[in-house]
Ligand binder design. Structure first.
Ligand code: MN
Length: 311
């Protein structure tokens, strides 16, 4: 997906781990290609990085009965990985390495931008009646941010039960399970489903900070009522989270070791200084550095103007 913000200023992002109570943060409604509304959690002015997670979008659930669905034309990325996870529906991905891939719920698309890649994402002509999913970005650590671009589709991921929770592990490690997805810092990303009424203990890695998004139903986390319109920050030092619910619910939990690097986020780029952002913008607008995305019917996305401001 593409950040459609016309913001001219880059955002300086760093971890600010705090071990206190669960922090409730608001999400913002914004628009994605095709007029789809999305809830954006990160970057948030009070929390810009959680582990290496620097961008959290939740879209849908949305009826596609009288509309085309997602249409995100070719656009570039550098310095990050995109993680696409669907709950309902399907998305067709094309990129400048030549990959074309349909993704469905329970599968993972992991695109490593490294030094640069371009891609498009769209609802395929044959599609279900609803679209619901998430896209996250992971900032690549300085040691790996210039690597060659790559794309992975993982149709089989660890899925297991723990304390009556159905857990799908899409990236990282949990409870001795490990996702085959290639990532570059210690982290975790899970989808947790619970049925009926109940109470469960979700184990957490105390070295990680976490962000939690409720995507279906509602839950109490350590006694706090958690809503779908918000997201929740959990600082490091926690070994578990108690989840209670009166009806079926579903949540996404992301976590990671604080990156301990200051990154600059602007448009679809993660860099370390403004010169890199200007170069990446110029590379996209004036050169073929990012390669060509073939087969997408529609215009590629233009980069907005970039100022020299950082906020
Ligand atoms: Mn994208």
């Amino acid at each position: 997906m593409s950040n459609l913000s016309k913001d001219r200023d880059a955002q300086r992002c760093e971890n600010a781990p705090s071990p206190e109570a669960i922090e409730e943060l608001n999400t913002r409604n914004t628009e994605m290609g095709g007029g789809l509304l999305i809830r954006r959690a990160l970057p948030h002015r009070r929390r810009r990085l959680v582990g290496a997670w620097c961008f959290l979008d939740h879209f849908g659930p949305l009826s596609l009965e009288d509309r085309d669905g997602m249409r995100v034309g070719p656009h570039p990325h550098i310095g990050l990985q995109t993680v696409t996870w669907l709950l309902e529906g399907e998305i067709y991905h094309r990129d400048s390495l030549g990959y074309e891939q349909l993704i469905k719920p329970g599968q993972l698309n992991l695109m490593t931008a490294g030094r640069g890649i371009a891609h498009s994402e769209e609802t395929p002509p044959e599609h279900g009646v609803s679209l619901h999913g998430l896209q996250f970005w992971l900032a690549l650590p300085d040691t790996h941010r210039h690597i060659e671009p790559a794309f992975e589709h993982l149709a089989e991921l660890p899925r297991f039960r723990h304390d009556d929770m159905e857990i799908q592990l899409f990236v990282g490690e949990l409870l001795g399970h490990r996702s085959p997805a290639k990532v570059y810092s210690p982290l975790v990303g899970i989808d947790v489903q619970v049925n009926g009424q109940g109470k469960h203990n979700l184990p957490l890695n105390p070295d990680f900070e976490h962000a939690l998004m409720v995507v279906e139903g509602e839950l109490h986390g350590d006694g706090l009522a958690m809503q779908q319109e918000a997201f929740y920050y959990l600082g490091p030092g926690r070994t578990e989270l108690t989840l209670a619910h009166d009806r079926p619910a579903r949540l996404i939990l992301l976590g990671g070791e604080p990156l301990r690097e200051q990154v600059l986020l602007w448009w679809n780029f993660v860099a370390r200084n403004e010169a890199e952002l200007h170069r990446a913008r110029e590379d996209w607008m004036e050169t073929d550095h990012f390669g060509i995305v073939h087969g997408y019917e529609g215009p590629r996305l233009e980069a907005p103007p970039l100022s020299y401001g950082v906020k």
